[in-house]
Design a protein around this ligand. Structure first.
Ligand code: HEC
Length: 157
């Protein structure tokens, strides 16, 4: 059933809806969501790729996974550019205090993911396996230093 809502009523619903208002204007929250999306899409695709390599999946499946990893890896530097913290975020302030080092680690992962996608495209699965392990190490190299517990608490040493 179509429910008619008059324009003034709709305006007042929007104006007095704290959830809608907050979702629309909180740039820190948006930034945290965007980088979480990039990271989790990249992680899922990398797992799919590594499982596919072990199980002998067809090249089209491997290539889709590798290109999804690469597409997201190329975005790491961008999605972290603005310092933003929000509830549940694991990003440590050290990222923005050591931006050159962080962006070098992002670039290293992006370079490996591009080589990985190319190896899969060339159907060189031996190289793809090696590169996927190197990439996993590059993920960990950054997480070890810049990813803490939710709300920016440094990981226990
Ligand atoms: C240059 C640094 C850097 C690199 C490289 C990096 N990450 Fe991350 N990753 C982070 C940071 C920082 C966070 C925490 C972000 C937050 O919570 O705001 C994170 C979070 C994540 C998360 C949790 C996302 C969520 O919120 O659900 C996953 C999954 C993840 N990374 C996977 C990967 C994988 C897989 C790779 C390698 C292919 C990778 N990351 C490479 C810095 C990096």
């Amino acid at each position: 059933m179509f429910i008619r809502v008059s324009a003034p009523l709709l305006a007042s619903i929007l104006a007095f809806s704290p959830v809608l208002a907050e979702d629309a204007v909180d740039p820190a929250r948006e930034a945290v969501l965007a980088r979480g999306q990039v990271m989790s899409d990249m992680g899922k695709a990398l797992r799919t790729l590594q499982l596919g390599l072990r199980q002998g999946a067809d090249i089209a499946t491997l290539l889709l996974a590798a290109e999804t990893v690469d597409m997201n890896a190329q975005l790491i530097g961008n999605v972290f550019q603005t310092e933003a913290h929000a509830e549940g975020s694991e990003a440590l302030p050290a990222i923005w205090q050591n931006w050159d080092d962080f962006s070098q680690k992002a670039a290293a992962a992006a370079e490996l993911s591009a080589m990985l996608a190319e190896a899969v495209d060339n159907e060189d699965l031996k190289a793809a396996g090696d590169l996927s392990r190197k990439l996993t190490a590059a993920c960990a190299a950054c997480h070890d230093v810049y990813r803490g517990k939710p709300d920016g608490v440094a990981p226990a040493q």
